[in-house]
Design a protein around this ligand. Structure first.
Ligand code: FCB
Length: 439
């Protein structure tokens, strides 16, 4: 018996990104990216690792497509590595790099899996970083040119495009917190990068439409960590609603409304030149919005940010708060008056797994997925136009500055042998897909 049934066309998928799974960073003419460089710095990656081998997906993509098929995925979100396609970031195109994505897309379509392609999941070509990277206003044009090359090559078969993944992380973790590549700690640079990333998004949406066909759909993926009231009291609700939302305001708001609010402007002011016309470009119409959701913040009127009485944490240290997914989806539904289709482009959890007799009994991950899928279902019942859901992630992979010590996959990867094992959560997800909902 299915208690939470989804709309018939609901798209169940899984997501990955290039640098986290591909490996083969020195092969077939790929150029270097800021993540190759960053990983070489001492002490920045917790286990001293890098993405040079990762899941060796570059060579094992056919096996990985077979896994997707075994799970029954209807869609797969992956990213194209800019430096594979344009090793210098601009100019010369590397055919061999494009060929890899051609093979991958063909294999997916043969398996009946719809590709969703992210054009930028953090691996900026190093040569562009040497020219200022996202702090250089020209980056908008560089990105649009690269997007055009990829859409011209794959657009006959790929119809769903995501410009950027989580520009919040690119700007603030990369240029202000120094936690991500390129590893700078400078508020001014971060503000500049944030504005240019938005400009790059809007410019690329226009370029992708120009290079694509009538079926082409394009959007962006943003990360949300919403403020939730710590209790149902009127005071807590008001406090949560009025608290600054540092995830929503700098990116979702200008994209959806064509304006920065006063708080964001204060941060950008003096750091970056906002030219007339920029916000119109940033607010170029999208065909959908990608929502990445992992956790939420609890706000109390009296005590500010608080913790649950009985908090459950993932291995990342992120509190498990499935109700936040409902909150984000409903907020976006209202903000767009239901006019913008939503996809949950990432949701999932890292827990420590154990392989026992060739199986992985990851009950906590199953519970996390079940609760979040139910929360999303409630949003759909309440009117949100959610078209699909992508588990993060298909495979255990290179979790950025945390290296190989986090485990988000519904498929376990043994990094010594590269053997894959579908975890119990993968089988759980297979059943969700087969039932089009939770049983
Ligand atoms: C998101 C990233 C993704 C992965 C998950 C855990 O912020 O988009 O690459 O690292 O978090």
């Amino acid at each position: 018996m299915t208690t939470h049934r989804f709309p018939p066309s609901f798209l169940w998928g899984a997501a990955t990104s290039a640098y986290q799974i591909e490996g083969a960073t020195q092969e077939d003419g790929r150029g270097a990216s800021i993540w190759d460089d960053f990983c070489q710095l001492k002490g920045v990656i917790r286990d001293g690792s890098d993405g040079s081998a990762a899941c060796d997906h570059y060579h094992r993509y056919a096996e990985d497509i077979a896994l997707m098929r075994a799970i029954g995925l209807k869609a797969y979100r992956f990213s194209v590595a800019w430096p594979r396609v344009m090793p210098q970031g601009r100019g010369a195109i590397n055919r061999k790099g494009l060929d890899f994505y051609n093979r991958l897309v063909d294999g997916l379509l043969e398996a009946g899996i719809r590709p969703f392609v992210t054009l930028y999941h953090w691996d900026l070509p190093s040569t562009l970083n040497a020219q200022g990277g996202w702090t250089n206003r020209d980056s908008a044009g560089w990105f649009a040119d690269y997007a055009t090359v990829v859409v011209r090559a794959l657009g006959d078969r790929v119809k769903d495009w995501i410009t950027l993944n989580e520009p919040w992380c690119s700007a603030y973790l990369g240029y202000e917190a120094g936690m991500h590549a390129p590893g700078y700690r400078d508020r001014t640079l971060a503000a500049r990068a944030a504005h240019h990333l938005l400009l790059a998004h809007g410019t690329a949406v226009q370029a992708i439409r120009a290079a694509g066909d009538a079926q082409t759909r394009v959007g962006i993926t943003l990360n949300f960590t919403p403020n939730l009231p710590a209790s149902e009291s009127e005071a807590d609700r008001r406090a949560a609603a009025e608290a600054p939302d540092w995830f929503y305001e700098p990116f979702a708001e200008p994209i959806l409304t064509g304006a920065y609010n006063a708080r964001v402007l204060e941060r950008l002011d003096g750091a970056v030149e906002i030219r007339p016309g920029d916000l119109a470009i940033i607010a170029t119409r999208n065909d959908f919005l990608g929502v990445n959701y992992y956790s939420a913040t609890l706000i109390s009127a009296e005590r500010g940010e608080v913790h649950d009485d009985n908090p459950e944490y993932t291995l990342m240290g992120w509190p498990v708060r499935p109700q936040g997914l409902y909150a984000v989806l409903m907020r976006l539904h209202h903000a767009t008056r239901g006019q913008l289709p939503l996809y949950v482009t990432e949701n999932g959890a890292s827990f420590k797994d154990e392989v026992v007799n060739g199986r992985v009994h990851d009950e906590q991950r199953i519970a996390y997925l079940r609760a979040h899928i139910a929360s999303m279902h409630r949003a759909i019942q309440d009117g949100a136009d959610v078209r699909g859901y992508f588990v993060w992630s298909l495979l255990d992979n290179f979790e950025w500055s945390l290296g190989y010590q986090q485990f988000f996959g519904i498929v376990h990867v043994n990094y010594t042998t590269q053997a894959r094992i579908i975890k119990d959560s993968g089988y759980f997800y297979r059943d969700v897909i087969a039932n089009n909902g939770l049983a």
